[in-house]
Design a protein around this ligand. Sequence first.
Ligand code: HEM
Length: 348
Amino acid sequence: MSPLCERLTTDIAGQLAFGQPLNTQVEATNRLFPRAMVSMNGLVNIFMSWPMVSRTWPLLRRLNKRNGLTFIKAIQDIVQRRMTIPQDGKHDFYSIAAGDGGLAADTLRNSELWAEAVFFLPAGGTTLSAALSAIFFYLSRDLNVYSRLATEIRTTFSSEDQIKSGAQLSGCKYLRATIDETLRVAPPFTGTLWREPYSDYNQPFVVDGKVIPRGTMVGVNPYCIMHNEEYFPEPFRFRPERWLESEQESIDEEKQRVTMRAAFAPFALGETGCLGKGMAYHEMSLVVAKTLWRFDFQKASGQLGKLGEGHPGQKGGRNRVEEYQLLDLAVADHDGPNLTFSPIGNGF
Ligand code: HEM
């Protein structure tokens, strides 16, 4: 599912940003682009964790030349194609961000729009492919969750055309709970969200009773906080039900849910939190609902079906078979699951 989800979310990000089809799902031409974005995430992650290393950028750029050129060329192509259409010709990111009167081709690479594009495409593409691959992984491991979700989708809509944004889709409470639980157990942004208190702070900056010296970066890792047992009981269990409000909720249960909500931070919190959150929920909801409307799926048989799992005895926290394995490149890299699909009603 990883390459398929990567291509889908890359194509959607290209449309959203520059109204252009990258067509990675149906043509080979731009297929290196999704992987090139992942490589770039890896480099940015190293620079974020160890800023000194960014001095080696010219060398790294050479070593990573193939991916780097693919990345730049693909972005250049879609932006330049977009520039041939009037600015308000499409309702996309370009129409808003290109500034009054658009942009001249010769200033593209030095423009703010270029920097935004280099950020925007991976922000929308690589995060969502991690989220979608993870949701397919968890659905293929837990038959109860799978059946409950499939029933919700198949009884809410009476035709595929109805699966679109609106009250019916947002009314699918179990779908939303499954998405939230996936973003909790497998946060697509795995990097630590470092923050530096403002330098003009007059008051000491205090965290948990400890004064943090000026200039010190503090951060909470999304994976860690969302696996903290204090906030999420049985943190390694995939249990969408934890997000559902029950009719006869005790005060303790209500408190627990409020605490969980406060610690739920896959999109970060505060001023620099994700601007694409609404889009992310919308895209995930549509993809999962439409897939379950058309298909049944299950984990592939044998060794192939294990792709994406942890391995018993493996070190570094990778021993949980039922946990989807993420690789921390700030935005998570991933591989798997392998699934088999069958048109609904045909059986396997
Ligand atoms: C499940 C999917 C997604 C996750 C988990 C996610 C996560 C995040 C996180 C954690 C940040 C904050 C990074 C920081 O503060 O250092 C962020 C920022 C951002 N994201 Fe997302 N994102 C997702 C999807 C998207 C999509 C689909 C788009 C665009 C359509 C998008 C656009 C942005 C933008 C523009 C920012 C920067 C906000 C700012 O600095 O003002 N994201 N995202």
